[in-house]
Each structure stands twice: as structure tokens, then as C-alpha cells.
Ligand binder design. Structure first.
Ligand code: HAS
Ligand code: CU
Length: 584
């Protein structure tokens, strides 16, 4: 049996691997710098809900709550997540396969997104574009905002050709084998994102950029919102799926066990690919112009998108239980306490998973058309997304950074205890914040509202009944500030820290039942060239069926058109023309 090593791929790999590592580090550093800036602003918004108006003290840097909220949302939701995701979705499959990725495309991806980020920062800090992360027209920002956003969105698609090329090169040598798991998951994620980006991509190119440049005078807000949510729902899985890759393919090993089912991991990603796309308009349950029949269908479809995450909960729950029992855990919860909680990377990710149980349950509530009507546009919604993207994704990426920066730089974390403190503080802070936001949302407190600017007596009269939950929000925000400070001390320290005596490998997990992972040898820190890869006949008929990612993509494209043509058609044939508004 010949190996990739013997086929002559090994020599250049070591040299290329250094540049790959540098590139991956650049994605991580850029992403986490964005989070640092975005997270620093967050607590101001929490204080706003607690009745404390800090914005007048921040002039001329920040003029309004809405400017701060736009910067917070754009940097955290797009820049942080996209940079970390576009790094991981290339680096991990490349290391798993022991092949080197197309560096030109990967650099182009970084360059486009970095240029887009700078344009967005310029447009947001000069107070021309306080249009919030959803940039709904007819709120009108500067052309720099929309051009920057387009560069970020289109740049974020480039990992797709890179990972397809890696997969094709690997398969050319092993035509009878299934795609290795991490590569399968990364490819499914990028295919999903390709179809997803079509909505906002069209909105930016056809509607918003020409309008912002003055080439057109008016814009149709409903078409804009619908195209935005075409992307805006599946984007949540573009945030979540890289975290799922870590939970499925790395965390079981870090926890001391194995992944209990490789086919279930594949099924989850295949279902996320197919179900994520058609449901975006569940963000528009209260919008006019969409037929109630469609709103009913969307509610049913939304429940289906929760299915892959429910599969994930059970598959990963069992994988963690297996690890905990191997470590000596006994009884109902002994396995859970026996997990390696002193490892900050494991603690971050398991706490992220625990939080996501509540975030996901909230998502299922929101998926119901009737229940969503009670809480739409209240603080309940940011309560929901701070324990999904703000914790499940963000804390998983923090956990990944704890092993990956030492892996990339050969330097050690400056303090394991401070790293642990940062994730526990994040967990506690976000739990209090989110509890307060859900609770005050039920009492009718609106989201995206500069409530602290009201005269104190008016604030007390209108929001007095929500005093306790809004105080929890403010306390949560302050704890999150402490968490952020602790995390960045560790983060910067690990970039500059002391050299490690031994390299840190990538913790690719094996799958349960004695089957060896495809990634054998790929965790070699020297650059990932596998010393030997055992051909691995995959016996699961399910996994074999799911290998046809092209067919799944086609089904998804058809389902997306089937969902959006009936929603968009009445809007396109009854267009409204709105002039731009600048309300800040
Ligand atoms: Fe959502 C609004 C529905 C998931 C993010 N969502 C938002 C917004 C954001 C967001 C940012 O249907 C606001 C956008 C805006 O600004 O307006 N969401 C859902 C549903 C899901 C869901 C059905 N959302 C997410 C994820 C996000 C995210 C993931 C980011 C990453 N969401 C909605 C709806 C709205 C919405 C409506 C519009 C509301 C409105 O009115 O505007 C599902 O995908 C959730 C499924 C998840 C689960 C949880 C599985 C649990 C796991 C952890 C297992 C733990 C273990 C630990 C194993 C079913 C996998 C074991 C240990 C033990 C001790 C047991
Ligand atoms: Cu959604």
C-alpha cells in the first residue's frame, strides 16, 4: 500500500506548512482583533438597558448608541466569525489530508476581507453608516459601507474552491474512499454558504451599491429585507458549523475519548446544508407582503432546521459521556464532572455547548410564528443570539485559539488559570445578560432602543416593571468586560509568550468502535504530512449516500428557489420606491 508520503508530496509540504501556519495565524489574529473592538463596545449597550447612558462621554469617538451598536454587530457578527471561519475551513482540511491548500486563493480571501473590513470601519467610525448589522434599506449608509460589505461577503466564498480542490486532489488518489470527516464537514459548510450568500450578494450589487453611489434614487425595502434574510438565516450556520467541526472532530479527543458516530456527523452537515436555506423569511413573520400561507410553511420548515442540531446534541452528549467514563466518571453526572475541566480549551467548548442547549431551545420558540409575534423586536432576540453566536460560536473559537495559537506559534499560553477564568466569566456574564434580555423582552422592552437617553423619570415609568431583568443585563455586561480583558491578556500573551519544549498537535479525534480516524498522522505538528494513511473502507451506507455533495447542493438550490420565488414574486410585481433615510 503506497502512502501520500511515498508519492513525493512530503518534501514541499514542510516548507509550505510554515506559510500556511502564518496565514492561519493572520486569520485568527485579525478575527480576534475585530472581536476585541466589538466586545469592548458591547457592555455600553448592556449599560444602556440598565439605564446608564455612557455615550455622551465617548464623543467624538462614538456619537450615538446606534453607531456603537452598528460597529458592535458588524465586527462581531461578520468580521470576527468570517475570519476565524475562513481560516479554520481551509487549515483543518488541509492538515487532515496532509495536502497544501491553494495559497494564492487563501491570501486573496484574506486580502478581500481585510480591505472590506477597513472600508467598513471607515464608514462606521465617520458616523455616516449607523445602519446596524442588518443594513435594512431605506436606512442609507455611505457607499464605503456597502462596498466593504460586498468585499467581505465575496471574499468569504473563496475557501470553497480551495477546499473543493483539496478534496479533488485527495480523491484522485483514493477514488474508492469517502471524503475524510473534517474535509466533508468543511466542504458542506462552504457549499451551504455559497447558496446562502446569493441573497445579500444580490441585494448589495443590484440594490444597495448603485443606490448608495447615486446611480439609482430609490430602493424597495421589502425586497431588500427578503434578500437579506435569504442570507441572514443561513449565516447563523456559517457561524455555527465551524464550531460544530471542532465539537465533532476535535473536542472528543481533547476530552479524552472518541467521536461516537462518524455517519451522524456527516448527516448533521448534510441536513444543515439542505435545511438552512429555505427558511430565512422566518425573520419576517411580522413583515407585510408575505402570504400567511408561506409564514405557516416557514414555521414547519424552521422546525426541520433544528433537527440536525438535535442529532448533534445526542451524538456529542454521548461522545462526552464516553470520554468522561474513560476518565473514571461514574453515575448519572459523574462522567460530566470527570471531563478535563482544567483544560481551558475543553472548558470553553463544553460551556459553549451547555449554553447552546438554551440558545437552541429559544430558536425553536422563535420558529413558531405565533410565539415569535409576542417577542419579535424585543430584547428577547438579542438574548437569543448572544447565547448562540455570542457564546456557542464565540466561546468555541476562544477554546480553539487556546490550543491553536500554541500549535501555530510554538509558544505557550501565559496562564492556564487566567484562560479558565476568562471562559467562566464569559459563561456567567453571558448567562446573566441573556437571562435579563429574554425576561425583559417578555415584558415588552424593545431591542435596538437608546432607552437610557430618555429622561430618568420617563425611563422609570416605561421600563420600571423590567427593573430587575435590566439590572441583570447591565451586571452581565460588566462581567463580560472582565471576561474580555482576561481573554485578551491570554491571547496576546500566547502570541509573545515563552517557547514550548514540544510542539502542540492538532487534536483530530478518532471515531468510536476501533475504527481509526482518517487523520492518522495529520496531527504531526511539523506540517501535517501523514506518515501513513490507512485506506479506510467506510461501511456505513448512510455515509456513502451522503458523499454526493453535488446532488445535495442541487436539491438545496431547488428548495431555495421553491421557497423564494413565491415570496419574492408578489414583491417584485408590486414594487415600492423609498428614498434613503439618515435618522442618526
Ligand atoms: Fe436564531 C433570530 C430561529 C439557531 C442566531 N437567531 C436570530 C438572530 C440571530 C440568531 C443573530 O425562527 C437575530 C437576527 C436579527 O438581528 O434579527 N435560531 C432559530 C432556530 C435555530 C436557531 C430554529 N440562531 C441559531 C444559531 C444562531 C442564531 C445557531 C447563531 C449561531 N432565530 C430563529 C428565529 C429568529 C432568530 C425564528 C427570528 C426571530 C425574530 O423575531 O426576529 C435552531 O438552529 C436551533 C437548534 C439548536 C438546538 C440545540 C442543540 C444543542 C446542542 C448542544 C448539546 C450540548 C451538549 C452538552 C451535548 C436544538 C447541539 C452535554 C452536556 C449535558 C450535561 C447534557
Ligand atoms: Cu433564522
Amino acid at each position: 500500500m503506497s502512502t501520500i508520503f511515498e508519492r513525493g508530496l512530503a518534501l514541499p509540504t514542510v516548507k509550505i506548512a510554515a506559510s500556511e501556519r502564518r496565514m492561519m495565524l493572520s486569520f485568527l489574529v485579525w478575527g480576534f482583533l475585530a472581536l476585541m473592538m466589538g466586545a469592548a463596545i458591547g457592555p455600553l449597550q448592556a449599560l444602556n438597558y440598565g439605564g446608564i447612558n455612557a455615550y455622551p462621554y465617548l464623543r467624538p469617538l462614538l456619537q450615538t448608541y446606534y453607531q456603537g451598536l452598528t460597529i458592535h454587530g458588524v465586527l462581531n457578527a461578520y468580521i470576527f466569525t468570517f475570519f476565524v471561519g475562513c481560516g479554520l475551513l481551509v487549515y483543518l482540511p488541509a492538515r487532515e489530508l496532509g495536502l497544501s491548500p491553494n495559497m494564492t486563493l487563501w491570501r486573496l480571501c484574506f486580502g478581500m476581507m481585510a480591505a472590506g473590513t477597513l472600508m467598513l470601519l471607515y464608514a462606521m467610525f465617520d458616523n455616516s453608516s449607523s445602519v446596524l448589522w442588518t443594513f435594512y434599506p431605506p436606512l442609507k449608509g455611505s457607499p464605503f459601507f456597502y462596498l466593504g460589505m460586498a468585499l467581505v461577503v465575496f471574499g468569504s466564498l473563496l475557501p470553497l474552491p480551495i477546499v473543493l480542490d483539496l478534496r479533488a486532489r485527495w480523491k484522485a488518489r483514493r477514488p474508492c474512499e469517502l471524503t475524510p470527516l473534517v474535509t466533508y464537514m468543511s466542504t458542506a459548510t462552504m457549499l451551504m454558504w455559497l447558496l446562502a450568500a446569493g441573497g445579500a450578494g444580490t441585494e448589495l450589487i443590484v440594490q444597495l451599491i448603485p443606490w448608495a453611489l447615486g446611480l439609482t434614487n430609490t430602493v424597495d425595502p421589502m425586497i431588500g429585507r427578503t434578500l437579506f434574510w435569504w442570507t441572514g438565516h443561513p449565516i447563523v450556520y456559517f457561524w455555527l458549523m465551524p464550531a460544530y467541526i471542532s465539537w465533532y472532530a476535535l473536542l472528543p479527543k481533547q476530552a479524552g475519548g472518541k467521536l461516537v458516530s462518524d455517519p451522524m456527523a456527516r448527516l448533521t452537515f448534510a441536513l444543515l446544508l439542505v435545511f438552512s436555506l429555505p427558511v430565512g423569511s422566518h425573520h419576517q413573520y411580522v413583515d407585510p407582503g408575505i402570504s400567511p400561507i408561506w409564514k405557516g410553511i416557514l414555521a414547519a420548515l424552521t422546525l426541520s432546521v433544528a433537527l440536525p442540531s438535535l442529532i448533534t446534541a445526542f451524538t456529542l452528549g454521548l461522545s462526552l459521556e464516553y470520554a468522561g467514563r474513560l476518565r473514571g466518571g461514574r453515575g448519572w453526572i459523574g462522567w460530566f464532572t470527570a471531563l478535563p475541566w482544567r483544560d481551558p480549551s475543553v472548558a470553553a467548548q463544553v460551556l459553549a455547548m451547555l449554553t447552546f442547549i438554551f440558545g437552541g431551545a429559544g430558536g425553536i420558540v422563535l420558529g413558531s410564528w405565533q410565539l415569535d409575534n409576542i417577542i419579535h423586536n424585543t430584547t428577547w432576540i438579542p438574548g437569543h443570539f448572544h447565547i448562540t453566536v455570542g457564546t456557542a460560536t464565540a466561546m468555541t473559537f476562544m477554546g480553539v485559539a487556546f490550543w491553536m495559537i500554541p500549535h501555530l506559534t510554538g509558544r505557550q499560553l501565559p496562564s492556564r488559570r487566567l484562560a479558565l477564568a476568562s471562559v467562566w466569566l464569559w459563561f456567567v456574564g453571558m448567562s446573566l445578560f441573556s437571562l435579563g434580555m429574554h425576561w425583559s423582552g417578555l415584558l415588552g422592552v424593545p431591542r435596538r432602543a437608546w432607552v437610557s437617553q430618555l429622561p430618568h423619570s420617563t425611563y422609570e415609568r416605561v421600563y420600571g416593571s423590567a427593573h430587575l431583568p435590566l439590572t441583570l443585563v447591565a451586571i452581565g455586561g460588566i462581567i463580560l468586560w472582565l471576561a474580555t480583558i482576561a481573554f485578551y491578556i491570554v491571547f496576546v500573551g500566547s502570541l509573545l509568550g515563552r517557547r514550548l519544549s514540544a510542539p502542540v498537535p492538532i487534536p483530530f479525534a478518532q471515531t468510536f468502535g476501533g475504527r481509526e480516524s482518517y487523520a492518522i498522522g495529520a496531527d504531526k505538528p511539523s506540517g501535517g504530512e501523514p506518515a501513513s494513511i490507512t485506506p479506510h473502507p467506510h461501511l456505513s451506507p448512510l455515509a456513502k449516500m451522503l458523499e454526493h455533495l453535488g446532488v445535495l447542493t442541487l436539491i438545496t438550490a431547488v428548495a431555495t428557489l421553491a421557497a423564494y420565488i413565491p415570496i419574492l414574486w408578489p414583491l417584485v410585481t408590486n414594487m415600492t420606491a423609498a428614498h434613503g433615510w439618515k435618522v442618526w
